[in-house]
Design a protein. Sequence first.
Length: 347
Amino acid sequence: MSSPGRATRRERIDRGIKVRSDEIFVLASARDLAWVLLPRALAVAALLLFPLLGARVGPYWQTVMINTMVIALLALSWDLLASVGLISLGQSLFFGLGGYVAGALDSFAGLGPLWSIPLATLLGAALATLVLYPLLRLRGVYFGLITFALPLLFMRLIETTGALGGTEGVSGLTPLPNRTVEIYLVTAAALLTAFAFRRLIATDYGLVFHAVRDNERSVMAAGFDVQRVKAQAVFLAALPAAFAGAFVTHRYQFVGMTAFAMEYSTLPLTAAVVGGPGSFLGPVVGSFILVPLSEAMREFGSLRVVLYSLMLLVFTVGLPEGIFRFVARKYGQFERRVAIEEAPDGR
């Protein structure tokens, strides 16, 4: 606090950060670093401490947390695709492929979760990339419509051919050890994905993704193979979604046609829009808002789709930046009073 009678002025708390260069790690004070890191540290600590609450939380909210993290992985996948200009309406394609590959590896090859989940993550992402590779020349609504139709196509193929259990699915799979392991596993995957994608998009490689989204012709003129860049983006984006599918398969010890359900496409898209696309933290925030709300409205059945549609409309029109960017911007606008320093000669 300033001394009595001393002149003060209002100053934004993050002023020191705003006026400095990007090399904050060299120039920022401990107070400024704490201002930047405190929200992130509190959020990560809360996520890591949640499984330790055990019986105080109860199995229901533990299940909600797991479902939230699964949707967060799918929303992060959607956000990376959007960063290269590919707007997906079928995240359930990645989820279903990862789930079915994990089920096949466990049921037919005898591999437990320790091997089937990482292998299904890689193989599911590779399969999704092969399926979408011929379609990467499409942009905008055309790519979105194709991705929307592909999960439905796979559902009909499984139903008519009876492959991989047909309409009955594959059951009796190896479970994960316990609920605590499930929560920590999916939470670690979501945190690692968010960190990795944010670091990736800040590199020169990530700048190429943005350039492809903004102007493909300029990227081609610079000597890049746009088709190859998009394929790499699809593979990277499919990794967390395929992991989510493999994880859910072993969690429920079952995989069936519901792995391609529309809910695994609409929820991630809505979570990314609500939280704020392009930040990779916004989709996670959106998932923590949307999934508990969806659970609360589970008794309304298919009417939840109306809720998703309304939220998409409201946030697209009223708050296009998303909740995360809005809160982050307001967080940087807090002010404090500081004393006005006088010149040494008293003038």
